[in-house]
Design a protein around this ligand. Structure first.
Ligand SMILES: CC(C)=CCC[C@@H](C)[C@H]1CC[C@H]2C3=C(CC[C@]12C)[C@@]1(C)CC[C@H](O)C[C@@H]1CC3
Ligand SMILES: C[S@@+](CC[C@H](N)C(=O)[O-])C[C@H]1O[C@@H](n2cnc3c(N)ncnc32)[C@H](O)[C@@H]1O
Length: 379
């Protein structure tokens, strides 16, 4: 059997499983109503597929197993966390910087605008969004610049939702969302004017191979802008306390292996990109840190409108959610495995805040990289 046969079988299996798990008309449901509508047997299977490699081990063999199974494992992760993300965070699945006094959703949108600006996205550009989630950033960036965006995602449930929200927003002619693996892109070479990725390529088992795919589909002279999740240069893999934080982030965020910043930079250069911008936006000394919503520290809350979001993301709010989910699961209302998901998300929150406070981790390593023009590539 060829790789293409294997890919198309996996794709079909995932699409069928997604229908079974989330049910018909799933795109219009979110949060708790989506959780309660799940097929109970399929949910149990999805949770165990996601968690099967997370056995507490961090040796080479354990890492290898997680790296090999990246596609199924991430697909399963997003099958079980998407409803919680939407309930707790909204429809853009990323972190952002905050100005004093700026509300949560304004700050999130600004972070997306900044990436569009850094990539030089212009009216009429054809842009690829690598790992597009449910399309929050694609909608915002298309509105901001009047560009056309194709969102690439390996999760069927999120693609269905992204299409549903785009239509609801009247953006169906500007946006399209397609199923695919960013490690094996099927677009024609040199298709896109610009490519961006927001907190998605950290799910790649190998950054260089992923960036190579991006390089291939970019037009010569085109730019790629990314908010990369990386461990900073202060991270020491041999330090147990550091490795524990990285493992919490990997487990709770469905990431096979967190790489260091130098690995990402080198990977871009090895592909032939010219790195134009290379800046950790988390290291700019902001008064309000990017991880504040997960801290439960009220002093950071910016506006009255943020109180609801802040409560859901805070330690107390998360405790309330996980207790409710666990009670609903015990009484057979929520599907089995749901409380394992809230427990994993709790590990994510703890690891992310610790990584942020100690400057061991950043979710906003901004790279802007340019593919040279054809004549420059040859010389
Ligand atoms: C996984 C990657 C690469 C990026 C996602 C970044 C963030 C959007 C998520 C990381 C941890 C998530 C948690 C929640 C929402 C989305 C994140 C912040 C919750 C607040 C959702 C509601 C749950 O009850 C608690 C979650 C904690 C972790
Ligand atoms: C944290 S979410 C970010 C989503 C989006 N960029 C946003 O900011 O809202 C990561 C996304 O990457 C997608 N993803 C992970 N691995 C992928 C792969 N191998 N191929 C395509 N998409 C992938 C996930 O399904 C998810 O949509």
């Amino acid at each position: 059997m060829t790789d293409t046969d294997n890919d198309s079988q996996l794709r079909q299996r995932q699409a069928e499983f997604s229908k079974e798990l989330h049910g018909e008309g799933a795109a219009s449901r979110s949060g708790f109503s989506a959780l309660l509508a799940k097929d109970k047997t399929a949910q149990r299977e999805a949770v165990s597929k996601y968690l099967k490699h997370w056995d507490g081990l961090t040796d080479k063999e354990a890492e290898e197993r997680r790296l090999e199974d990246y596609n199924e494992s991430t697909h399963s992760y997003y099958n079980v966390v998407t409803d919680f993300y939407e309930y707790g965070w909204g429809s853009s699945f990323h972190f952002c910087r905050f100005y004093k006094g700026e509300n949560f959703y304004a700050a999130m949108a600004r972070h997306e605008h900044y990436l569009a600006y850094a990539a030089g996205i212009q009216q009429g550009d054809l842009v690829l969004d690598v790992g597009c989630g449910v399309g929050g950033p694609a909608r915002e960036i298309s509105r901001f610049t009047n560009c056309n965006v194709i969102g690439l995602n390996n999760n069927d449930y999120q693609i269905e939702k992204a299409k549903y929200y785009a239509k609801k927003a009247g953006l169906q002619d500007k946006l399209d969302f397609v199923k695919g693996d960013f490690m094996h892109m099927e677009f024609e070479p040199e298709t896109f004017d610009k490519v961006y990725a927001i907190e998605a390529t950290c799910h790649a088992p190998n950054l260089e191979k992923c960036y190579k795919e991006i390089y291939k589909v970019l037009k010569p002279g085109g730019k790629f802008a990314v908010y990369e999740w990386v461990m900073t240069s202060q991270y020491d893999e041999t330090n147990e306390a550091h490795r524990k934080i990285a493992y919490e982030i990997e487990l709770g965020d469905g990431i096979p292996k967190m790489f260091k910043v130098d690995t990402a930079r080198q990977a871009l250069e090895n592909c032939g990109f010219k790195v134009l911008v290379d800046e950790d936006l988390a290291a700019k000394g902001d008064e309000v840190p990017w991880y504040y919503p997960l801290t439960g520290e009220w002093k950071y809350v910016q506006t009255i409108a943020d109180i609801g979001t802040f409560f859901r993301t805070s330690y107390l709010g998360r405790k309330v959610t996980s207790t409710m989910v666990s009670l609903m699961e015990r009484f057979g209302i929520a599907p089995e495995g749901s409380s394992k998901v809230t427990a994993a998300l709790e590990e994510a929150a703890v690891g992310l805040v610790a990584g942020g406070r100690e400057h061991l981790f950043t979710p906003m390593m901004l790279f802007v990289a340019q593919k040279p023009m054809n004549d420059e590539q040859e010389s």
